[in-house]
Design a protein around this ligand. Sequence first.
Ligand SMILES: NC(=O)c1ccc[n+]([C@@H]2O[C@H](COP(=O)([O-])OP(=O)(O)OC[C@H]3O[C@@H](n4cnc5c(N)ncnc54)[C@H](OP(=O)(O)O)[C@@H]3O)[C@@H](O)[C@H]2O)c1
Length: 168
Amino acid sequence: MQVSIIAAVAANRAIGKDNDLIWKLPDDLKFFRNTTMGHYVIMGRMNYESIPHKWRPLDGRANVIITRQKDYTAEQVDVVNSLEEALEIARNNKEEEAFVIGGGQIYQLALELDLVDVMYLTHVHEEFEADVFFPEFDESKWTKEIIAEHPIDERHKHAFTIFKYIRK
Ligand SMILES: NC(=O)c1ccc[n+]([C@@H]2O[C@H](COP(=O)([O-])OP(=O)(O)OC[C@H]3O[C@@H](n4cnc5c(N)ncnc54)[C@H](OP(=O)(O)O)[C@@H]3O)[C@@H](O)[C@H]2O)c1
């Protein structure tokens, strides 16, 4: 099973503020939806709770929440106490590509444990004030290809480029 991270990251690595996303980029959200559709999406408890009620669990995808709490419950999702446990559930259900969808603590955990094969990173070409950041990683350990470039337009206040990073 391939383990993939998907994230949108600012030029200063910002990814979130006040437990919310910082920007509105509908075409990037569309990329996120299309790429993860039909797959396992694994997320931290904070990230799960940041998703508006009407959008969670994320539709068409098996949602897994990671928490240290032993009694945490949420409807129509799996709740686990470790990233390894989350990946085990996906593997046992014959998943081919499981997505780690954040937030900051869970990206950090996945990279620290060296569990990640692929990263779909949307680079948003601006710096933002934030309280959660994407972890530093060693670029030399990854090859990088461009998937799409998007300019500023009437629906997107910020330009962005979507990259696929593949672990060497
Ligand atoms: N730009 C993007 O692509 C993107 C994507 C996703 C999220 N975000 C943003 O990221 C922010 C949320 O990220 P975050 O770092 O604050 O929180 P998070 O990673 O979503 O969740 C943190 C929670 O995960 C659980 N956890 C962490 N490490 C664990 C471990 N080793 N074992 C078991 N459980 C563990 C804990 O839950 P308990 O406290 O319940 O124990 C912890 O509070 C929001 O602002 C969100 O909008 C941005």
